[in-house]
Design a binder for this molecule. Structure first.
Ligand code: FAD
Ligand code: NAP
Length: 312
């Protein structure tokens, strides 16, 4: 039986792993379905983590040392896709995996984070991976010296537009309003960038192309339809929290959730179920920052140490 199962290996999960193992827990496994590091590894740059030696480094580079540090203190990283967490009658938890296996744990910290949302325009799914992308760091280079479009007005959209402006010949930022959620300083920087053109109060009517991939998009603008002949469109329209593993067989959630499907926690990252904790982007009112996800993970791990102690 594991003392602690951590589900998700982003900043919250890794930080939880560090504090739990360094705090003396012996059987701690972090279940991660991909490469540890979380969604920040798809970011072209991060510069707002306190104490960063190289502000502006890529998210992948920034996260590259976190697992090694945790492993040093005994965290085991298991490559596995968790499908469900259920509580047993004796208050332990069963962690079900997609390969049919399962693990028992005394306590669980859920850190499954969030994933990019689809915008919902016609052709988005058809050309996804063939011109439509949600990762500029991954796919930007395919459009070197070409024109591309970015959809969205949040921090991700504007920051990634700036990143793409270093590679592409032109970047159209298409946003459905003329006010931005992104930090004003970032918007100002983008507005001063000669390669970036803002098209506001506009939505994408459709994406079109052929069997080689995307050829362009048609916009609905206040002046009527407008066509952009771009081979790439990067959509950054927000995130969905990854809460599926908390769903029980009857469709209800194992613990209390808020109206946005995020896990309700107290200041110790405790959910409404004893022994079950949540940290990072998944929890209610998360600021959705690396620093806050990491802090949540540490808080949750410290709470688990007290919880395990209380079982003796
Ligand atoms: P995540 O990072 O989402 O990690 C969750 C992990 O859980 C993932 O690795 C996932 O594979 C794993 N997982 C999910 N479901 C399962 C499952 N069923 N089984 C096993 N594993 C699972 N924040 C900043 O502070 N500064 C920035 O500059 C910044 N830039 C960003 C740029 C981009 C492009 C994006 C997308 C985000 C950015 N953020 C930034 C936000 C930041 O990345 C997130 O707030 C942070 O990563 C959240 O950490 P987390 O650990 O809660 O979740
Ligand atoms: P976000 O802040 O939710 O912004 C999503 C954007 O997409 C909004 O501008 C929204 O428009 C638009 N949008 C939503 N649905 C759409 C649709 N169907 N069609 C067209 N446009 C649509 O998401 P995000 O930018 O990914 O950021 C997520 C979180 O991570 C935020 O909390 C953010 O601050 C954080 N983050 C921080 C940093 C940083 O600190 N440097 C960097 C990246 C992300 P409206 O504005 O009209 O709703």
């Amino acid at each position: 039986m594991l003392d602690l199962a951590i589900i998700g290996g982003g900043p919250a999960g890794l930080s939880a792993g560090l504090y739990a193992t360094r705090g003396g827990l012996k059987n701690v496994v972090m279940f991660e379905k991909g490469e540890p590091g979380g969604q920040i590894t798809s970011s072209s740059e991060i510069e707002n983590y306190p104490g960063q030696k190289k502000p502006g480094e890529s998210g992948f580079e920034f996260m590259s040392t976190w697992l090694e540090q945790c492993s040093h203190f005994g965290l085991v990283n298991k490559w596995a896709n968790v499908t469900q967490v259920v509580q047993n009658e004796d208050k332990t938890f069963t962690i079900k995996l997609d390969n049919g296996e399962s693990e028992l744990a005394k306590a669980v910290i859920v850190c499954t984070g969030s994933t990019p949302r689809r915008a919902g325009f016609e052709g988005e799914n058809k050309f996804f991976g063939r011109g439509v992308s949600t990762c500029a760091t991954c796919d930007g280079f395919f459009y070197k010296d070409k024109e591309v479009a970015v959809l969205g007005g949040g921090d991700t959209a504007i920051e990634e537009a700036l990143y793409l402006s270093n590679i592409c010949s032109k970047v159209y930022v298409v946003h459905r309003r003329d006010e931005f959620r992104a930090a004003p300083i970032t918007v100002e920087k983008a507005k001063k960038n000669e390669k970036i053109e803002f098209i506001t109060n506009a939505t994408i009517k459709e994406a079109y192309g052929d069997n080689t991939g995307l050829n362009g998009i048609v916009l609905n603008t206040p002046d009527g339809e407008k066509e952009l002949e771009v081979p790439g469109i990067f959509t950054f329209v927000g995130l969905n929290v990854n809460n599926e593993i908390l769903k029980q067989d009857d469709g209800s959630f194992i613990c209390k959730m808020d109206q946005n499907g995020q896990v309700e926690v107290d200041l110790k990252m405790k959910t409404s179920v004893d022994g079950l904790f949540a940290a990072g982007d998944l929890r209610t009112q998360a600021p959705k920052q690396v620093v806050s996800a990491a802090a949540d993970g540490a808080v949750a791990a410290l709470s688990v140490l007290s919880y395990i102690e209380s079982l003796h």
